[in-house]
Write a protein that binds this ligand. Structure first.
Ligand SMILES: Cc1cc2nc3c(=O)[nH]c(=O)nc-3n(C[C@H](O)[C@H](O)[C@H](O)COP(=O)(O)OP(=O)(O)OC[C@H]3O[C@@H](n4cnc5c(N)ncnc54)[C@H](O)[C@@H]3O)c2cc1C
Length: 193
């Protein structure tokens, strides 16, 4: 369900779904009504004047794609479209239903954007507690501290919400830096700046 919630809460889930597709590729298809309603994509996408032409350009079976889009368009229930709220534009009687922002793809030109999964987190890393000191056999190291990606598994067991990566890096970066500096000072290391 592409319309279940706003994208920052959903994109990690989409990534996993795309990874399960043949050749790990999916296409996001929009019509010209959608232009300007979302962040400008980094890539230009593939443009065509009909769904049939779009299918041919991206190498999908044209008959199947036309059927899928027709079915989706017919399932759209008219509502008041508003991409800034969870609006009442839904589909009915298709699986899965799109629960918000469902409007027919009917105004050319049409665009397709290829979606492919990437790795944001491995969910693995060095074990820490809230002091950012690395644990060896559950014992805190005196002089090895870690932050960010290298300890993300301590915070995130699975899933992701937008901003967590930077938050972990910033928060634990500060803690790790402070504790590393404290250790260095305790060893008589001089300030250089
Ligand atoms: C596609 C993508 C989108 C993302 N979007 C978001 C987002 O919207 N919001 C968010 O909060 N987070 C996001 N993240 C996660 C976030 O970018 C990372 O969590 C964060 O950048 C990690 O910072 P870091 O300093 O821990 O690690 P990194 O940025 O990976 O830094 C590690 C550094 O160590 C260097 N290095 C590695 N090995 C060595 C070595 N042997 N010697 C010297 N240097 C070495 C690397 O070159 C690298 O520069 C995203 C990640 C990806 C991949």
């Amino acid at each position: 369900d592409e319309g279940e919630d706003f994208w920052p809460k959903r994109y990690a889930i989409w990534g996993r779904l795309v990874a399960k597709q043949p050749q790990q590729i999916a296409y996001s298809i929009i019509d010209s009504k959608a232009i300007g309603r979302f962040m400008p994509p980094v890539f230009a996408g593939v443009k065509a004047n009909s769904i049939q032409e779009l299918a041919e350009k991206i190498g999908l079976d044209a008959k199947t794609l036309c059927h899928t889009v027709d079915e989706f368009n017919r399932a759209c229930v008219k509502g008041t479209f508003n991409h800034t709220v969870l609006d009442d534009c839904t589909t009915q009687n298709i699986v899965p239903n799109k629960t918000h922002w469902a409007v027919p793809l009917d105004r050319p030109p049409f665009y397709a954007y290829a979606l492919k999964p990437g790795i944001t987190f491995t969910y693995l890393g060095l074990k820490v507690e809230d002091d950012a000191a690395v644990r060896f056999n559950n014992k805190a190291s005196r002089n090895l501290f870690v932050a960010g990606e290298m300890m993300a598994g301590n915070v995130l067991g699975q899933g992701y919400t937008a901003g967590v990566g930077m938050s972990i890096g910033t928060t634990f970066g500060r803690i790790a830096g402070k504790n590393a500096a404290r250790y260095a000072l305790s060893q008589g290391v001089e300030h250089e700046c």
